[in-house]
Design a protein around this ligand. Structure first.
Ligand code: 13P
Length: 234
């Protein structure tokens, strides 16, 4: 299984350091073999010393340039400084709130693919799209310009209506979407949207689910560790 924590705009650099140390201790002590990803804020990007080889620190976002004049953005040079080689692209909050177009998303994808980054590529439909039974059509449109054959690709399906609500999508709904995606997507498939310690077992048991991308329930390290613990032996 893959367990990925997306901090979004939460946690300080000091807490991130403590978080990664505590997480690392938990992983070693319990001989956890899963792939663990942590996406802290840009100001907390660091590996903070030696960590287990199955923990990877990634960026939530970056601009598709080495460096230059893009006020407020970070580029490859800033990621390289901390040896960051993993990035989230296409998160619904960047699409909806930050108004990232599919064109810019595809541009970011191409740039970071060229640089050999592991890319966690996010897709997800709104409640309206779902109510109109247009989920799959919409999800495929979010792959426009994206190379599904990229070997370092991980796809995260995060229905927008389940993000941050405390209520995840139903097992049958996740199963249906992931199975439909599987026809064309050979990369690992994650589910995201109100994943927590009480529903991880059920979500991890879904046939095509290779892991989870977690927001709110992963912001405290104890809670993230509990999710990882409860997801064992699936
Ligand atoms: P929540 O786990 O808070 O629903 O957030 C999911 C998410 O957006 C992870 O990227």
């Amino acid at each position: 299984m893959i367990y990925a924590s997306n901090f979004k705009t939460n946690n300080t650099r000091a807490y991130t350091k403590e978080y990664i140390k505590t997480l690392d201790k938990f992983i070693s002590k319990n001989s956890i073999k899963d792939e663990i990803y942590v996406f802290p804020t840009a100001t907390s990007l660091d590996i903070f010393g030696d960590i287990s080889s199955n923990i990877t620190i990634g960026a939530q976002n970056a601009y598709p340039v080495k460096n230059g004049s893009y006020t407020g953005e970070i580029g490859l040079e800033q990621l390289d400084e901390f040896d960051i080689k993993t990035i989230l692209i296409g998160h619904s909050e960047r699409r909806e709130i930050l108004k990232e177009s599919q064109e810019l998303i595809a541009q970011k994808f191409d740039f970071f693919k060229e640089q050999g980054f592991r890319i966690i590529y996010c897709i997800g439909e709104t409640k309206e799209i779902r109510d109109e039974n247009e989920t799959m059509e919409y999800l495929w449109s979010e792959f426009e310009g994206i190379d599904l054959g990229y070997e370092k690709l991980i796809v995260a399906y995060e229905p927008i209506w389940a993000i941050g609500t405390g209520v995840s999508a139903k097992k049958e709904d996740i199963d249906e979407v992931l199975s439909a995606l599987r026809v064309q997507v050979k990369s690992p498939l994650l589910y995201g949207g109100s994943v927590k310690s009480s529903n991880i077992k059920e979500i991890a048991s879904i046939k095509e689910c290779d892991g989870v991308l977690i927001g709110s329930a992963s912001w405290k390290v104890e809670s993230f560790c509990e999710i990882i613990k409860n997801g064992q032996n699936q």
